[in-house]
Design a protein around this ligand. Structure first.
Ligand SMILES: *Cc1c(COP(=O)(O)O)cnc(C)c1O
Length: 229
């Protein structure tokens, strides 16, 4: 199936149930993004700042770009003028820098707090207790140029569907809890970004509002190893 066919099929699956579809175009060329765009796709995700900035430069300006990978504080300035959402906020220090750069650009930047739900040591993110600590802290109250839209999580990379289901269930339940405690009157706090190509159906069953799909749309990524380049 072509990229355009994949977009149409996935839109038909997600749109009627109000799940947002972020097309993850990392490692893929501008032409592939353009093909998805021409099929009506507007939300795209990248995990590397330089790639994101390059693609922003070369593609239509009504694309809503999402950063989905770990962000170093010294690189926030490169995406602050245009980024639509930063899904991978994993420290208060980073949130403060996003606020500072957003202010410089006269913007408010939408953010998701990345929560660590996987049974793996390599994934970035806050623990559940750290999210609560952050939401209680005075540090957050002073930030006028970031808007916390919700949570993002990555499940364990495993064939064990029961485990994936439990991890997504925990994230959704946690979201509902902090929504009640901290965002009761804030309609903008509405996003649970969970589900990738291998597990998005489980994620949707567990209450995802946003899925991030790469290989299902664009095909497998050819992993270029830095040593072989
Ligand atoms: C690469 C990536 C995706 C998409 O992965 P696929 O399995 O190709 O759908 C989603 N979310 C994050 C954070 C990623 O890094």
């Amino acid at each position: 199936m072509s990229i355009a066919d994949n977009i149409k099929r996935l839109k038909n699956e997600t749109k009627p149930i109000n799940v947002s579809l972020v097309a993850v175009s990392k490692t893929k060329p501008v032409e592939d993004v353009q093909e998805a765009y021409d099929a009506g796709q507007r939300l795209f995700g990248e995990n590397i700042v330089q790639d994101l900035a390059d693609k922003y430069e070369h593609l239509p300006k009504d694309i809503q770009w999402h950063l989905i990978g770990h962000l170093q504080t010294n690189k926030v300035k490169y995406i602050a003028p245009f980024i639509h959402m930063i899904q991978s906020v994993d420290s208060i220090k980073l949130l403060q820098e996003i606020d500072k750069q957003a202010k410089k650009n006269n913007r408010v930047i939408d953010c998701l707090l990345q929560v660590y739900i996987a049974d793996e040591e390599t994934k970035f993110g806050f623990g559940f207790d750290e999210v609560i600590e952050l939401l209680r802290s005075d540090d957050l109250a002073g930030l006028q140029h970031v808007r916390i839209k919700g949570l993002m999580g990555i499940a364990t990379n495993t064939d064990n569907e029961k485990q994936i289901k439990e991890e997504f269930y925990e994230l959704r339940t946690f979201f509902d809890g902090i929504k009640l405690s901290f965002f009761k009157n804030d309609v903008a706090f509405d996003t649970v970004s969970m589900g990738m190509s291998g597990d998005y159906k489980i994620a949707i069953e567990q209450g995802s509002t946003m899925v991030r799909l790469g290989s299902t749309i664009f095909g497998e990524r050819v992993v270029k190893h830095w040593r072989n380049n």
